[in-house]
Design a protein around this ligand. Sequence first.
Ligand code: NAD
Length: 494
Amino acid sequence: MSVTIERSESFESLAPATGEVVATFPVHGEAEVREAVQRARKASAWWGELGFDGRRQRLRAFAGSLTRHREELLELISRENGKPRIDAFIEHVLVLEHIDWAARNARRIMKPRRVGGSLMLANIAPILEYQPLGVVGVIGPWNYPLFTPMGSIAYALAAGNAVVFKPSEYTPAVGVFLADLFREVVPEQPVFQVVTGFGDTGAALCRAGVDKLAFTGSAPTGRKIMAACAETLTPVLLELGGKDAMLVDSDADVKAAAGAALWGACANAGQTCIGVERVYVVDAVYDEFVRELTLAAKDLKAGGDDAVIGPMTMPRQLDIVREHIDEALDRGARAVVGGRESVHPPYIDPVILVDVPEDTRVMRQETFGPVLPVTRVRDIDEAVDKANRTSYGLGAAVYGKKNAYDAARRLRSGMASVNAVLAFAGFPSLPFGGVGESGFGRIHGEDGLTEFTRPKAIARQRFSTPAEMMSFDRPDWLPKVAAKLGDLRYGRKR
Ligand code: NAD
C-alpha cells in the first residue's frame, strides 16, 4: 500500500531513529479541508442510512483488515514514531477491542427508549434517543498515533458520523494508512478521510463546518482549538496532557509498585499522556521503594538491539526533558539512576530523581520523557493532597491495600488504577478523559460514544384526554387536583 502523494506544497515525515524520510504528504489548505468536510457531509447521510447493523458489519470488517495488516502497520508505527514494535503492538490490540465494543454497543446506547413519565402528562410517553452529529473532525497527536485518534474515530463512526482526521505532522503515514484500510471496507462513500499538514491544517478543520471537533494533544494547542471553534460555536472534546501521580501506601506490595512505576514512566520513552510522572511514597516504605526502583531501572537503557525504549519522537521534546532534569539537579535534587548524561539524542535513558523541590518544572509540568521524581510523604492523605496540587488531572495510580481504593476516589483525576498502572485505558467500557488542564469530554465507553451524538427528546401522546393541563381549554378542577397530588407527593418533605 503506497502512502506517498506528490504535491507542490508538501512535507516529509521522518523516522526519529535514523532521520530517514518515511513518506511525503501534501499540506492541505483551507479550501481542501473544507471540500473534505463537504464530501464527508454527503457520506454521513449514506453512513447514517446504513443503520446499526450495516455499520457494525463494516467496522468489524475494518478490525479484520487491521488484524490482517498488523505487521505492516506495526512496522509503519515503529518507523514513523520510533517506538519499539511491542509498544505499537499494545496500541494495536487495544484499538481492536475499542472498535469492536463501539460497533457492538452503538445500538444499545443510541436506540429510542421510553424514559420516566410525568404525573401531569400521564397520557404522553417521553422517548429519548441519541442521533449522530453528522461530521466529526478529529485532530491527533504523534505519541500513540493509532490508539489515541481511534478512541475518537471508532466511536464517532460507530455512532453514525463521518470523520475527517488530521493526524500529527510527525505521524501522518499512520493516519493515511488507517484511512486507506477503511476505504477498502467502505468503498462507496468517503466516510473516513484524512487531511495532512501542520497546525494551520488543524485550525482549518476547526473552521470547516464540522459538527464537533475531537482534539487530542497538548493543553496550549487545546486552548487554540477551543478559540477557533468558538467562532462557529463548534463543540469541542479536549483530551490534553497530564502530570499523573502514583501513590504508594505503607501496606503496598512495594516491589510490584516499583516495577509498575518504572514501566508507567518509561514505556513509550515516557511519551504517554497517562504515563507516571510523579511518585509519592509513604515514609514507612520509601527507602524500600527507592531501592527496588533503582534495582529495576539500573540496567534499563534506551536504544540498541531489541530496544524496549525507543528514541524520542520530537527533537524539541529532548530539550524540554533536558531542561527539567537540569533544573531539578541545579535546585538540589539527586539522581539515583541516570542524570544529565542520560540525554543522548535521539535517546534518553531512564532518570530517577529524589529530593526534588515541589515547585520545579519536573514536578509541575508535563515532562513527557523517561524521568521519574520520587517524593517521600508522611501518609496516604499527604500523598493525595500533594498529587492533587496540579492544574492537570488525567490519570493516576494507587498501590496499597486498606486505603488504596478510597485514595483513588479522592484523587482529582478522570481515571485511576488501583494496584495497576494505566489499566483503565484497556477497558472499552470505561470512559477516558481528564479534568482541569487535562481537558474535558470523554472518549471510550458509553460516555465516549454519546460524545459523538446529540440527544433527541420526543414527547409522544399515547391517548387524548378531555382534561389537558397544557391547554386554554383545561377544566377548572384540573389545577386543583394537580395541586392536591403535589401536596401529597412533596408537601411533607422537609
Ligand atoms: P500538539 O498539541 O503539539 O499537537 C496535536 C495536534 O494538534 C497535531 O496534529 C498538530 O498539528 C495540531 N495543531 C497544532 N496547532 C494547531 C492549531 N493551532 N489548530 C489546530 N490544530 C493544531 O500535541 P502533540 O505534541 O502532538 O502531542 C503530545 C501531547 O498530547 C501531550 O501533551 C500529551 O499529553 C497529549 N496527549 C493527550 C492524550 C489524552 O488522551 N488526554 C493522549 C495522547 C496525547
